[in-house]
Ligand binder design. Structure first.
Ligand SMILES: CC(C)(COP(=O)(O)OP(=O)(O)OC[C@H]1O[C@@H](n2cnc3c(N)ncnc32)[C@H](O)[C@@H]1OP(=O)(O)O)[C@@H](O)C(=O)NCCC(=O)NCCS
Length: 165
């Protein structure tokens, strides 16, 4: 398999819309009250167009024989020295997705490797990301890539009457 990781271009926008859709479904599944079930693909395309044109974050795509099969979206975070924390910088992975028919072929690992190379070149100490706890395949993937859990975010929904009221 030939595999090239490169910076995303405007000509990749349709691929980004396609590859982002499963991520939005994970969001809908985990936060049904917050997430909008259907988002206009043209609006998603415009959104990624703005991301590509802006300085805040970067997107790289994985291209194999059949075309663009994955993307990784990340940004570099530089934190100043504070009372309880030393100055630090890390690369934050906002999203990663591989097309269903291209999974388990090393595409996701190559995208993480790409982010790792950029993080090292930028002098980052670590790579961070958030994931939904029910996403067991992503958990196995991240463990395979060397990630471990640092924090857990808990949620208390406040939309129901207290028990007994
Ligand atoms: C998670 C994801 C990016 C992995 O991409 P991928 O290209 O399939 O990953 P790789 O082929 O590099 O997998 C490397 C290793 O990770 C582990 N792994 C990956 N997917 C796995 C799965 N579904 N179940 C168990 N282990 C898995 C395996 O150890 C695998 O090595 P192996 O295939 O030799 O066993 C892909 O499944 C995906 O896009 N999922 C939907 C979107 C998503 O969940 N994104 C993360 C949100 S936090």
């Amino acid at each position: 398999m030939t595999l090239e990781i490169r910076a995303a271009l405007r000509s990749d926008l349709d691929s980004l819309v396609r590859l982002h859709a499963p991520l939005h479904q994970l969001f809908v599944g985990s936060s049904p009250r917050l997430a909008k079930e259907a988002v206009d693909p043209l609006a998603v395309r415009d959104f990624f167009d703005d991301v590509l044109g802006g300085p805040e974050s970067s997107i790289a795509v994985a291209e194999i024989e059949r075309g663009v099969s994955g993307f990784i979206w990340f940004h570099l975070v530089k934190l100043p020295d504070r009372l309880f924390e030393r100055a630090s910088r890390h690369l934050y992975i906002i999203a990663i997705s591989v097309a269903p028919d291209a999974r388990r072929r090393g595409v996701g690992s190559a995208l993480v490797q790409h982010a790792k190379a950029i993080a090292l070149a930028e002098g980052a100490d670590e790579i961070l990301l958030d994931m939904y706890p029910a996403n067991s395949s992503a958990r196995r993937f991240y463990r395979h890539c060397g990630f471990s859990t640092v924090t857990e975010r808990l949620r208390l929904p406040l939309d129901q009457a207290e028990p007994g009221q």
